[in-house]
Design a binder for this molecule. Sequence first.
Ligand code: BES
Ligand code: ZN
Ligand code: ZN
Length: 491
Amino acid sequence: MEITLVRSRAAAIETDALIVLDWNIEKGGKHSGISVPLAAFYESGEITGKMLELTLMHGVEGYKARRVVIVGAGEREKFDASAMRKVAGAALRLLKGKGIQSIALALDEDGLTVPAYVAAAAEGLLLGNWEPDELKTDKKNNKQISSAVLVAGSVAPSLEGQFDAALERGITIGKAANLSRDISVEPPNLLTPRALAERARTMAQAAGLSIDVLDQDRMRQLGMGALLGVAQGSAEPPALIVIHYTPASPSADHLGFVGKGVTFDTGGISIKPSDGMEKMKYDMCGAAAVIGVMQALALLKPSVAITALIPTVENMPGSKAQRPGDIVTSLSGKTIEVLNTDAEGRLILADAITYAKQLGCTHIIDAATLTGAIVVALGHISSGAFTNNDALLTRWMDASKDAGEKMWHMPLDDDYRELLKTAYADIGNIGGRYGGACSAAMFIKEFVGDTPWVHVDVAGTAWLDEAKPWMAKGPTGIPLGTFVNLAMNWK
Ligand code: BES
Ligand code: ZN
Ligand code: ZN
């Protein structure tokens, strides 16, 4: 979908469908500029302006558009970039099944001519247009919209640059999130660790980033016993994907973005129940987010150096698989007793994070579909954020707000370390029945040491089991937007 920005009046735009935001008057606001021809709808209560209320009309008086969609945007005072993403996506999804080619979104009234809304609208439209149907032979239910016009009011010529940059940013982030979703939705027979490395390579080469894929032999030489132990049960060899972004002028700080890339998690010998196991193809969503992030950053060019690290394995049972009770030696030199082979994400992250430190990363963020426990704690609404450094967490939280990706600060006191004690090795890989998301984070912290770090457990937020009005079911791309904002805001 091609998205452009024009300076005009929405009423004058010729298009298949014009989307107009409408405010909720019950809460004391006023309707949008379109309210005059809609008086009857308002009087009857058919249009209230409530968030995500959608009304599709043909031939509205005074408008050149063939159709007008009135989309409820809630209370004007509460409206923000996150709401803009949703209303843009929801309106597009109402229209896309109907064979409509061109759409326009009115931003010329009600103070919507603002760069942040231009970016959010572009992003929301792209996210809404995506479908998880790449492997369906019959795509008749997916009639994509080919062009969208954002209709903005005029601004001082000196501000035009900000709007152009905002449009570019929204498009870049939306496309990067969709790349990440394309990778995440691939089935585990096709998206093996090697295939994931190929997807990363294709992205990096197209974006002009340097990439290094460590194979099994190289990881053996380095001593990545924790990662290799997880991989040994699979016929598919593992990889550690390393992608570098270097800014034009050297930066003192060096961010390490780490994504869990388990292309399928059977649980290994501690095998998972078969019911719903197919969902465990999503166990590489952290990795896919980081690949998308690097694509976006190659274009947006933050001023800080960034290295992405993606440990990727398939967690399988079998005669070569690791056993509960195995003790492996990690890259850090610490020994780990593998008490449950299904707690594999933390094992591969441990070695990837140690390697990130060896490469000189000064700050580390990891994103992982790490625990079922975080889903119990936070549901599918917020991702869990853990840290050893409150200043870095504050930056992460600020970045998440503009991205519309909810994060909740979870505890990580030293007390949780007790749960991981074992008599036979330096640390065990599980912490018992309760507080599972916290003991998992505590395990990772053991390998991070004092390097400022945030761990983001996206097990509940990386995948939608049901579609939302603004987004298809399947992968969400979370926390790609937060990563991008963090890098762009870095000083
Ligand atoms: N990939 C899973 C996390 C997961 C589990 C996400 C269930 C969504 C639903 C992870 O590797 C895992 O299996 N974690 C175990 C850890 C346990 C064995 C300590 C879990 O959460 O059950
Ligand atoms: Zn697992
Ligand atoms: Zn897993």
